[in-house]
Design a protein around this ligand. Structure first.
Ligand SMILES: NC(=O)c1ccc[n+]([C@@H]2O[C@H](COP(=O)([O-])OP(=O)(O)OC[C@H]3O[C@@H](n4cnc5c(N)ncnc54)[C@H](O)[C@@H]3O)[C@@H](O)[C@H]2O)c1
Length: 256
């Protein structure tokens, strides 16, 4: 698994003293956001259900960035009742307030709209709704009373360019919207690509992010994870940006 790396905002202390929570911060985009925040002197809580990965990321960041403060709180964002305990922990670590909350958890499971009514695919769809939709609302509801006590509080949602069209992803489609990316935990899995190819009625070699980015993205390459975390930094620092979605797609979703 690729490790997070320095961003172009490294060492600028843009989030000095800010209390930040990143859901799904153990791996992939979330881990990179935690790293970018920590190198800007934020205090970060990784909220994730994968203890081992979260502890590894926490150790990696604290050893790579001097004086960084990273905590881990375990939670499954789809567990409405269980989240209460996790947010009580967050409140105690952060002394009752949050400044920046990044709702990054999202599962990507191929699922065509017309297949959702089958017994098998309905289970996939239920899980997507439980984690991506309900989990987001649960986190927003639990974070709200802490955010209102924060300094210039910000709630950032990571969505996907799948919201403006991605064949075979009908059941998953949210607001920073990344598109073709360097591999993360989910897109590293062979099964994910087999399922996506199956949903698109095609073969894996035709749909890899690398291949598609070269043909459909004007910049002709996948995004680096730092290119997403740098946009998240911009949102984290904005005090009058509200309710706007931004596609980070190398131009694939440009409306010309
Ligand atoms: N990777 C991509 O190509 C891509 C493209 C567009 C959008 N996105 C979006 O970016 C976000 C992050 O994606 P990623 O590729 O880094 O994912 P990832 O699978 O690499 O990492 C997801 C993280 O979320 C955690 N997680 C998953 N379900 C959870 C749950 N129920 N409760 C708590 N933690 C949970 C995992 O343990 C992991 O640490 C998602 O919202 C995804 O939809 C990703």
């Amino acid at each position: 698994m690729k490790k997070p790396e320095p961003s172009k905002f490294k060492g600028k202390a843009l989030l000095k003293g800010k209390k930040c929570v990143v859901t799904g911060g153990a791996l992939g985009i979330g881990a990179q956001i935690c790293y970018t925040f920590a190198e800007n002197e934020a205090e970060v809580i990784i909220l994730d259900f994968n203890r081992e990965a979260a502890e590894n990321t926490k150790s990696f960041i604290t050893s790579a960035i001097e004086n960084s403060k990273v905590h881990f709180v375990q939670a499954d964002v789809s567990d409405r009742a269980g989240l209460k305990k996790s947010f009580d922990r967050i409140a105690s670590i952060f002394d009752g307030s949050i400044d920046v909350f990044v709702n990054n958890v999202g599962i990507i499971q191929p699922c065509r709209i017309e297949d959702i009514i089958s017994d098998e695919e309905s289970k996939t769809f239920d899980r997507i709704i439980d984690v991506n939709i309900k989990g987001t609302y649960y986190c927003a509801a639990y974070a709200y009373p802490l955010l209102v006590k924060g300094v210039d509080p910000v709630f950032i949602l990571i969505g996907s360019c799948a919201s403006v069209g991605s064949e075979g992803q009908g059941g998953y489609a949210g607001l920073i919207e990344p598109d073709y990316l360097e591999k993360t935990a989910i897109t590293q899995e062979k099964q994910y690509w087999l399922d996506l190819a199956n949903a698109r009625r095609t073969t894996v070699d035709k749909i890899s992010d690398e291949t598609v980015a070269r043909t459909k993205v004007p910049l002709k390459r996948e995004a680096r994870l730092t290119e997403i975390s740098e946009v998240v930094m911009f949102y984290a620092l904005s005090t009058y940006l509200n309710g706007e979605a931004l596609s980070v797609s190398g131009g694939k979703t440009m409306r010309l």
